[in-house]
Write a protein of this length. Structure first.
Length: 565
């Protein structure tokens, strides 16, 4: 996620408003919690706080508001004493659906990925070759019993042990659980029971999702020994699909960046470079062939950014399509879980297993997912973010080449622009405010300072100075932008854009639109670059189909980092 700009003009203003709101001395050295708890807020304090709040008051108004804020500080203290767990959501939720963007109708027919003819898949002489194979091909080996689930699981566990330390991408191996699952998967196949295309496929999960019996560290020192006694919904659904969990993978501390309490997760193409984040281990592990697929998350770029750096294919689903039950909450109205894989088609297979309501995440909804890999580009209405492609910048040649490929494959690209009636970057306070609330207990206890090499401690502290009125106003503007983006996309199935074009990443994360990011080439230094396909709400199938066609035409996703192949 992006770093915030300054929220106050000076330390003096910061501390004045801090005192006015009654925030504790555990947050900043030199600020007395006792003063805020037991002393009245004065008119003089209010006068200083006005600089942060952006309002001007008369002397009489300051006196009256000082009395109100004194009462408020007692309410704040009572609320803080409750100690609300991170897993408890607020009593309101973001809904990306607006009148002009209704949910799609149920499909007349569903074509599964397994229905696509693949030709004969044969076990290679060197089994380690399959470490980089697609899920469909791995599934064919398992289904035809040329390779057992136990063999495949042991192969990936061995690679995790060999290469995981180099990449610093593994928090915990779930070896005992994995071997038990693998034996069960083989026994089911022997009895003629086949759960589907993920049956017997080893995978890894970002260590912000709970797995019963194992640590869930959130990548941060204060939670290094945390054990949550349940399986996240996504973990449970993949268990039911027959997939085999082999590892809990790294994330930047509390879902920012690639630095966690054990070090920095590395880019498989350049070990001197971080993997970006926050789905750092998820991207690195799948690209290095340490797992068949992974699950990551995105709030503001945490699937798109590491996929770009490492060369994985990532799907950020529509907000609400995948339950977040059992996952760390950073921003209740922006967090999304999605797969990071070796191809867009692999992402479709995994998404098909994990999407839908579960009755536990109040934002999770069920909508049909129709994955048809036989779709043609001429069947889709595809826009391109013209101003972004025309912008002179480093890497422009890679993006321009994407458009040439799409046109050669039959796409009629339609010029498209993002709505620009309202500011986007200032709406970052939505994320900061919700993150501050998610980790308020950590901040107030002072344990937030255990997180090293991270901007989170100051972001969490600053979040206590975001007025509730401004947070609500920002969400009202967010609603306007959501409507405007849906209006701008009317008649389109998706649009293609440079992954980090101005406003795209934040805007589409705020509005909840899905994105598929795939590698689009390699620099002279041998590291990947990416392109993004942004879909309409609920448009994962069309967006994945366009990315899949692009990948079939180019093959960038099939390249392997030399150190791990």
């Amino acid at each position: 996620m992006a770093m915030p700009g300054p929220l106050v003009s000076s330390r003096r203003d910061f501390l004045a408003y801090f005192s006015a709101l009654g925030l504790g001395g555990t947050l900043f050295p030199g600020v007395l919690w006792a003063h805020a708890r037991y002393s009245d807020i004065t008119a003089e304090i209010i006068a200083e706080a006005e600089k942060v709040a952006g309002i001007e008051l008369s002397v009489e108004q300051r006196s009256r508001i000082a009395r109100d804020l004194t009462r408020n500080t007692r309410s704040y203290q009572a609320i803080r004493e409750v100690g609300v767990p991170n897993s408890v959501p607020p009593a309101f939720r973001f809904d990306p659906v607006v009148p002009e963007a209704p949910a799609p109708p149920a499909p007349k027919a569903v074509v599964g990925a397994s229905a696509r003819p693949r030709g004969e898949v044969v076990r290679p002489a060197d089994l380690e070759e399959v470490a980089f194979w697609s899920l469909a091909d791995l599934g064919a080996l398992i289904r035809t019993r040329q390779v057992s689930a136990l063999e495949l699981t042991e192969l990936y566990l061995d690679r995790l042990k060999r290469y995981g330390p180099q990449l610093e991408c593994v928090v915990t191996l779930t070896e005992e659980r994995a071997l038990e699952q693998a034996r069960r998967a083989d026994a089911e196949l022997a009895e003629g029971e086949y759960r589907g295309p993920l049956h017997g496929i080893p995978w890894g999960v970002k260590d912000m999702l709970a797995v019963r019996g194992y640590r869930t560290t959130w990548g941060a020192r204060p939670y290094e020994d945390q054990v949550i006694d349940e399986d996240a919904t996504v973990v449970r659904r993949l268990d039911e699909a027959g997939a085999i969990l082999v590892a809990k993978l790294t994330l930047g501390a509390l879902a920012m960046g690639d630095r966690w309490f054990g070090g920095m997760t590395r880019n498989p193409w350049n070990l001197e470079q971080g993997s970006s984040g926050s789905s750092a281990g998820s991207a690195a592990a799948v690209v290095a062939g340490l797992v068949g697929f992974t699950i990551g998350s995105e709030t503001h770029g945490s699937i798109v950014s590491p996929s770009t750096r490492c060369g994985s294919s990532g799907l950020r689903p529509t907000f609400g399509r995948v339950s977040r039950h059992g996952s760390m909450a950073l921003s209740w109205s922006m967090d999304k879980l999605g797969p990071l894989c070796r191809s867009a088609e692999d992402c479709a297979l995994v998404f098909d297993a994990i999407h839908g309501a579960d009755g536990k995440d109040p934002t999770a909804v069920s909508h049909p997912f129709t994955w048809d890999p036989t779709v043609r580009l001429e069947d889709l209405k595809i826009g391109y973010l013209r101003s972004a492609f025309e912008l002179e910048r480093r890497g422009k040649e890679y993006d321009d080449a994407v458009l040439e490929v799409l046109r050669a494959e039959g796409a009629e690209l339609i010029p498209f622009e993002l709505p620009d009636r309202h500011p986007v970057n200032p709406l970052s306070i939505i994320l900061y405010a919700e993150a501050g609330a998610s980790f308020s207990d950590l901040t107030l206890s002072g344990r937030v300072d255990l997180i090293e090499d991270s901007a989170w401690p100051d972001i969490f502290r600053a979040a206590h100075f975001i007025p509730a009125v401004e947070y609500i106003q920002a969400n009202r503007i967010r609603r306007l932008i959501t409507s405007e983006l849906n209006e701008a996309m009317e008649g389109l199935d998706l649009f293609v854009t440079p992954s980090f074009a101005p406003n795209v990443l934040l805007m589409t994360n705020l509005t909840g639109h899905p994105a598929v990011v795939v590698p689009s080439g390699f620099t002279e230094a041998g590291t990947p670059v990416s392109i993004s396909f942004i879909g309409k709400l609920w448009g994962e199938a069309e967006t994945l189909a366009a990315a899949h066609i692009y990948q079939e035409a180019t093959g960038h996703h099939k390249e392997r980092p030399p150190l791990f192949s």
